[in-house]
Design a binder for this molecule. Structure first.
Ligand SMILES: [Zn+2]
Length: 538
């Protein structure tokens, strides 16, 4: 049998058990046929084989982003981005959105995302009056960069039936000023519920998924762990798009949602659909809940008060008992389980839940996960190891948000997303971008895992640096492990799925300070080239 495609003369990072680096690889159909030296692989060429000369560039397993939000990422691309470098002040945001309102039919949504008050000249949020100045004929919502806080105008508050007398929902705050007037700021649970009001149409959701997938291919991502869509509708549309072949990216979809996570998760559990259901393109993931808030909000639940505000130690969504009620049950029923947990208090509470669940119903190879695993000091690391759990830290977070973290959490940043400690402890951990919270570009993640520096150059918990090959493993093999898929993907070995990427240079000879600049030349999924920039095809 001959190969359908071969890549020769390259730097093939296999991520096998020995971290071997080879020169060439052969693909037959949707599987890897052989990995070896160029002469070895050249034996597998016949007249129908497509030959790609890598010219010394890196070929590696496709990136598996172990935590991002495909649908959310996509819909945000339809909206105005406050991350645009031209946006420097509140005035810039207001005038850009007012401009949008002029061409948007009355009553339709004006949406923006990526607002970060710490990067804005005024260093604050817009007031409700300012939000109303955008339009009184359109509902307006500006989502903060963390995705946990929304700024909405009076029209939108009215649609959501929120007034001064509306009580705070569980795990959420409808913010009021000192005289009891609404500020337009919806925090955590109240914002998540608000999403139900600010719904997208099915057509918008379909379009959003296509845009997201295209961006992911361009960034070398071949599989994603979808960490939560809005609700049942977007979850269903995502599966149908995958079934039709419109979504070619492989998806491991957590059982969880942004709008009302607990309701969504318990409903899916009641329906009897379990972790692992599906195929190589769409598979049902772990049952998920939130324990606490956003790392930049800051709303994460910490054991000690924030460095910036010692009286504040964040938001807990549920009590330990409530968390156990859902996740203890999920464990007992055989689901993989996970939570969003950023602060040490949130993580600790979840570990208590898992410890109790395992004591009551012991289970091997459960692979229970912890999404983010932000502030994780040594005592919690020890428990994570004992319980054999998989943390999913976000290497790129400190690159964009490091200064905010240092301000709010002080020395605790030494143990934020502590990949080095996890590896040294023998804890298997995988990496995710949490896009659209931060960039989906995995090379920013690899860069920051290796350099542990804020974009500004400020060092950030430098004792947590990993080697480049270790960082690559977090985004490939270990991410496959976190979805029970390490037998079929995550490394370049004979018989595994042909999911791979070609970089625009040799990553092993790239200076560590330049890893962030690496680009993608080709992305292959299931033996099919889904993105190609420019390569010399012989
Ligand atoms: Zn997330």
């Amino acid at each position: 049998m001959k190969a359908s495609v071969v890549f020769i003369n390259g730097e093939v990072i296999t991520v096998d058990n020995n971290d071997s680096v080879k020169q060439a690889i052969a693909i037959s159909g949707n599987k890897i046929m052989a990995v070896g030296s160029t002469p070895e692989i050249e034996h597998l060429i016949d007249s129908n084989t497509k030959i790609i000369d890598l010219d010394g560039k890196t070929l590696m397993p496709g990136i598996i982003d172990a935590h991002l939000h495909l649908v959310l990422y996509g819909v945000f691309q339809l909206n105005f981005s406050c991350k645009d470098p031209a946006i420097q002040s509140i005035e810039d945001v207001l005038s850009s959105l007012a401009e949008r309102a002029k061409t948007t039919p009355k009553g339709q949504w004006i949406r923006a995302w990526g607002y970060n008050e710490t990067l804005i000249k005024e260093q604050r949020y817009p007031t409700l009056q300012e939000l109303d100045s955008i339009s009184t004929d359109h509902p307006v919502v500006i989502t903060r960069t963390c995705g946990h806080i929304g700024l909405v105008n009076s029209y939108a508050l009215k649609l959501a039936q929120i007034d001064e007398h509306t009580p705070n929902p569980q795990g959420g705050i409808i913010e009021k000023d000192s005289s009891g007037r609404l500020t337009g700021r919806l925090i955590e649970g109240s914002y998540m519920q608000f999403n139900e009001v600010a719904r997208y149409t099915p057509e918008e959701l379909e379009q959003a998924m296509q845009i997201a997938q295209q961006h992911f291919f361009e960034n070398g991502i071949t599989s994603v762990h979808e960490a939560g869509t809005f609700d049942q509708e977007s979850f269903r549309l995502m599966q149908q798009a995958s079934n039709r072949g419109d979504l070619k990216i492989r998806i491991y979809a957590v059982i969880g949602a942004i709008n009302d996570c607990k309701e969504f998760t318990t409903n899916v559990m009641k329906s009897g659909v379990v972790t692992g259901t599906g195929n190589d393109f769409f598979k049902v993931g772990p049952a998920k809940l939130f324990t606490d808030g956003s790392s930049t909000g800051p709303t994460i639940a910490t054991r000690e008060g924030y460095t910036s505000d010692p009286n504040n130690n964040g938001i807990l969504y549920y009590s330990e008992e409530e968390l156990y009620e859902v996740l203890g049950e999920a464990h007992k029923l055989g689901y993989q389980v996970t939570v969003h947990a950023q602060g040490d208090k949130g993580i600790e509470m979840y570990l208590n839940v898992i410890e109790r669940a395992l004591k009551e119903s012991p289970r091997d190879d459960h692979r229970h996960r912890i999404e983010h695993c932000g502030v994780t000091p040594p005592d919690l690391q020890e428990r994570i190891k004992q319980l054999q759990m998989i943390p999913i830290p976000n290497p790129p977070f400190p690159y964009e948000f490091g200064e905010i973290y240092i301000h709010n959490y002080g020395e605790r940043t030494d143990y934020m997303y502590p990949a080095r400690d996890f590896i040294d402890q023998g804890i298997i951990c995988a990496a995710g971008s949490d896009a659209p919270v931060t960039t989906v570009n995995p090379f920013i993640g690899l860069h920051t895992a290796v350099n542990r520096e804020v974009e500004t150059g400020t060092p950030f918990g430098q004792q947590q640096k990993t080697s480049l090959l270790e960082a690559i493993r977090l985004y490939t093999y270990n991410a496959a492990y976190a979805s029970f898929d390490e037998q079929i993907k995550g490394s370049l070995e004979v018989g595994k799925l042909a999911d791979l990427i070609v970089l625009d240079r040799s990553i092993l000879s790239t200076k560590s300070s330049n890893i962030k600049d690496i680009g993608i030349e080709l992305t292959m999924i299931d033996g099919e080239i889904v993105y190609e920039q420019s390569l010399s095809v012989i």
